[in-house]
Design a protein around this ligand. Structure first.
Ligand code: URA
Length: 245
């Protein structure tokens, strides 16, 4: 989207008159990317900048960004392969449906958690490209006891998988120890069955896998499995931030 005057953006996106928009600006109610803007001639890009009125972000309306809490048995695809499995896009309710929706990154059919579904190809490319360092965080349940020191060292160096693939460094920490330990793992790339293959390379086995964060945005704990909700502009921008570790 080209740059446009802020009073025009507010008037068109917020369904207000141009003079209402000017008043909001002079009252100090408008912020662009977190900074107060009072000047009506200030220019912004509604698709790239976060414009807030009284702290509430305006939506560009151009693209949609949906958080799905994926259940098991659902494939990360836009179209069914015809094998009878439901796709993540089929879980999007009618009110959020649009043409061109696809999952920005895949989870295995037996994995659960945060899948981002969008129609914004450029944004998806940005968050999936390893060079942009958008980290994905997973909660991993293992079937055998975990040697966290060994795993930390191996992951930080960059594991080499059985087919010779050298991985980028990853972080790991123990969430709960025991016979079936639960670990948190942060990846900086997304290869086929990556976490399962990483733990297999270290002699362990993944029993359950749940994605809990994309970048700095956490899966909404109040979102039941199988359900979707639309993200706010602020939440979309959290995706490109670093997760708290
Ligand atoms: N790693 C895996 O092995 N599976 C997933 O679904 C995600 C990461």
């Amino acid at each position: 989207m080209p740059l446009e005057r802020i009073d025009k953006i507010i008037a068109s996106q917020g369904e207000l008159s141009r003079s209402d928009a000017k008043k909001l600006l002079s009252d100090g109610a408008v912020a662009v990317n977190g900074k107060q803007v009072r000047d009506c001639s200030f220019k912004a890009d509604i698709d790239a900048d976060i414009v807030c009125i009284h702290g509430k972000p305006l939506r560009s309306g151009k693209y949609i960004y949906i958080m799905l809490n994926k259940p098991t048995g659902v494939v990360s695809a836009s179209r069914s392969s015809g094998k009878g499995e439901k796709t993540v896009v089929e879980l999007v309710p009618r009110s959020m449906k649009r043409s061109g929706l696809f999952p920005a990154g895949r989870l295995d059919s037996d994995s659960t958690g945060f899948v981002l579904i969008t129609d914004d190809g450029e944004f998806a490319h940005r968050i999936l490209s390893p060079s942009n360092h958008v980290e994905k965080t997973y909660e991993v349940t293992l079937s055998h006891q975990a040697d966290i020191e060994r795993y930390t060292e191996a992951f930080s160096k960059g594991l080499v998988l059985s087919d010779g693939t050298r991985l980028l460094s990853a972080d790991v920490r123990m969430l709960s120890d025991g016979e079936r330990p639960v670990l948190e793992v942060v990846l900086r790339e997304g290869r086929y069955h990556q976490i399962k293959r990483m733990f297999a390379a270290l002699g362990n086995h993944v029993e359950a896998l749940r994605r809990t964060k994309i970048g700095g945005l956490e899966l909404d704990a109040a979102l039941p499995e199988g359900e979707c909700r639309e993200l706010t502009a602020e939440e979309v921008s959290e995706i490109t931030q670093k997760p708290n570790w």
